[in-house]
Design a protein around this ligand. Structure first.
Ligand code: ISL
Length: 571
């Protein structure tokens, strides 16, 4: 019952199972917890649930290190629980997208166990093994085959004393990269994907799928990258991002797995350019339906990268999103502020003070959801959940934050400075437990949560939000309703207005045979006045959605907005 292109009018809700709902009191979320709370998701009016990994895993990177692709980790439940979840999702008219993590596996996967057993092992070539740098002894600093810096700090190469070679891991040493050059690897992945489709899932979110093709030379050589400031490593990304055979591999996957299945295939693609995104998503090329691009979530990174967060320039954000709206006008965008890797948007680009938290969360939602593409809502975003504000390294759980802290201290950095860099951006901001109610563990668990609950759950929680018609939750519900009732929200062409304005994000959507849709949003904590030339009609049109019921009327082409006020108008 999947029509081709069904995802164009869909809204996706991401569940991070570990932090969503714990049904058995062990402090970790599980599949039964998701089943118990499915009505919260269904009543929000979303169409698709995307589940972060629930597969068997040593949990070095919270499940993004998989040791069995065809089983559920006991921490989350059983395959039978998953079958019940799939059925419960389908019963409510929703679909299920699974995370697909095949750039790497766990080092505890039987494939890797076999591969590391010796240089002549049958599966040796399923992973990326290389000898030490010529003239060096394996295991000594500087002997790594390339100078690449891992996403999770340190080298991307781990020395394996027993078999006398290094293996590649772009992420943690417990996440060895699979060798996509080997056709047996690709066939094993495709077979596994077909098995999941037969089990009833409706799509895949493909983890770092634009890192699978490494720029391997004719003799297997991999080049050094340019030096990375502040580390003793180099940037290897030119040799593994959007690599030489990336499109070929995705085209092959499409042909071998889902050519006729009308699934949702969304590629997570850090470092993707608009040019590559066009190729990945061009329907004629038969690769994937849409990509997650990372340019907009990199705009506030300073010279020191993500740990050096800077204030956002609104004109930069508008220009960037407009470039993607226009650049993929013939294709399709995914739209997101949040996921399990990003800090909470209301703290990052909104105003999480008691005065403006609700209005800024709503306005951020409006600006994103009225664009062209498929919106993704991350659990808790619909409540306006905020960053957690941890002050001690003991509070953190995320391997990326912990490794960065350790690496910086080794380089002599001041611990307080490093902590200050981590706090606003750590992935753990997204991973504190879902706030269901105002009870001590926020209704997430009857036990001790694996990571601390945000203390503001006494105010910010689902029970309170569902009772309050003025909540972020009900605003998101209306945004989803607009997408489902107005073709122009799905298909209309996008045009940015007032690109230089420092406070206001405004744009139109137009569609033949429809009045113009106008979005005008004050993205600041000060009042703002704008003149929208030629738009007096839409400004005086029907109000489809607003954050402030008592907003000032437009005076011709001029409008004054309260702090964080936004309006969606049709006229
Ligand atoms: O989180 C990031 C920056 O803080 C990204 O660089 C992130 O590591 C990158 O987008 C890849 O993310 C995905 O693959 C990782 C996993 O840790 C992330 O949770 C996942 O979303 C490795 O599987």
């Amino acid at each position: 019952d999947r029509e081709p292109g069904w995802w164009r009018s869909a809204v996706v809700y991401q569940v991070y199972p570990r932090s969503f709902a714990d049904s058995d009191g062990d402090g970790v979320g599980d599949l039964q917890g998701i089943i118990d709370h499915l009505d919260h998701i269904a009543e929000l009016g979303v169409d698709v649930v995307w589940l972060s990994p629930i597969y068997r895993s040593p949990q070095d990177d919270n499940g993004y290190d998989i040791s069995d692709y065809q089983d559920v980790d006991p921490m989350f439940g059983t395959l039978e629980d998953l079958d019940r979840l799939i059925a419960a999702i389908h019963e409510r008219g929703m679909k299920l997208v699974m995370d697909l993590v095949v750039n790497h596996s766990s080092d505890e996967h039987p494939w890797f166990q076999e591969s590391r057993s010796g240089r002549d092992a049958a599966k040796r070539d399923w992973y990326v093994w290389r000898p030490p740098r010529p003239g060096h002894t394996g295991g000594e600093p500087g002997a790594e085959p390339t100078n690449w810096h891992s996403f999770f700090s340190g080298s991307t190469w781990e020395w394996d004393e027993a078999s006398g070679e290094y293996y590649l891991h772009l992420f943690s040493r417990k996440q060895p990269d699979l060798n996509w050059e080997n056709p047996q690897v690709r066939e094993a992945v495709y077979a596994m994907m077909r098995w999941w489709l037969d089990r009833g899932v409706d799509g895949f979110r493909m983890d770092v799928i634009n890192l699978i093709s490494k720029a391997v030379g004719p003799d297997g050589e991999l080049p050094d990258g340019p030096a990375k400031p502040g580390t003793r490593y180099g940037d290897g990304s030119p040799f593994y991002m959007n690599g030489p055979r990336n499109h070929e591999f995705l085209h092959e996957m499409h042909r071998e797995v889902y050519a006729d299945a009308a699934i949702l295939a969304v590629a997570e693609t850090p470092g993707v350019t608009l040019e590559h995104a066009r190729l990945f998503t061009d329907p004629a090329r038969r690769e994937v339906d849409m990509v997650f691009q990372f340019e907009h979530v990199g705009l506030d990174h300073g010279p020191g990268g993500k740990w050096d967060l800077q204030p956002l320039s609104l004109p930069d954000l508008k220009l960037n999103l407009a470039a993607w709206q226009e650049g993929l006008a013939a294709g399709w965008n995914s739209l997101y502020w949040n996921n399990h890797d990003q800090p909470r948007v209301v703290s990052r680009w909104g105003d999480d003070s008691p005065e403006y938290r609700v209005a800024s969360a709503k306005t951020l939602g409006t600006v994103l959801h009225m664009m062209r593409g498929t919106p993704y809502v991350y659990q808790g975003e619909e409540l306006g959940m905020t960053n957690v504000g941890f002050t001690s390294i003991e509070d953190y759980r995320d391997i990326e934050s912990l490794n960065h802290y350790r690496e910086q201290l080794e380089h002599g950095a001041d611990p307080a400075d490093v902590l200050a860099g981590i706090a606003p951006v750590s992935r753990d901001n997204a991973r504190t437990p879902m706030q269901w109610d105002d009870s001590p563990a926020a209704g997430f668990t009857t036990g001790t949560p694996w990571i601390a609950v945000n203390p503001n759950h006494t105010e910010v929680n689902a029970a309170a939000a569902r009772r309050d018609p003025g909540s972020v939750y009900h605003h998101y519900r209306r945004l989803h309703e607009l997408r489902h009732t107005h073709d122009i929200v799905v298909e209309g062409s996008f045009r940015l207005l007032l690109p230089e304005h420092e406070q206001v994000f405004a744009y139109t959507r137009t569609l033949a045979g429809s009045p113009t849709l106008l979005v005008v949003a004050n993205m600041s904590s000060e009042p703002a006045t704008v003149t929208l030339a030629g738009l007096a009609g839409p400004l005086a049109g029907e109000v489809l959605l607003t954050t402030h019921d008592d907003g000032a009327p437009a005076a011709g082409e001029e409008l004054t907005l309260a702090p964080w006020e936004s309006r969606v108008l049709l006229g």
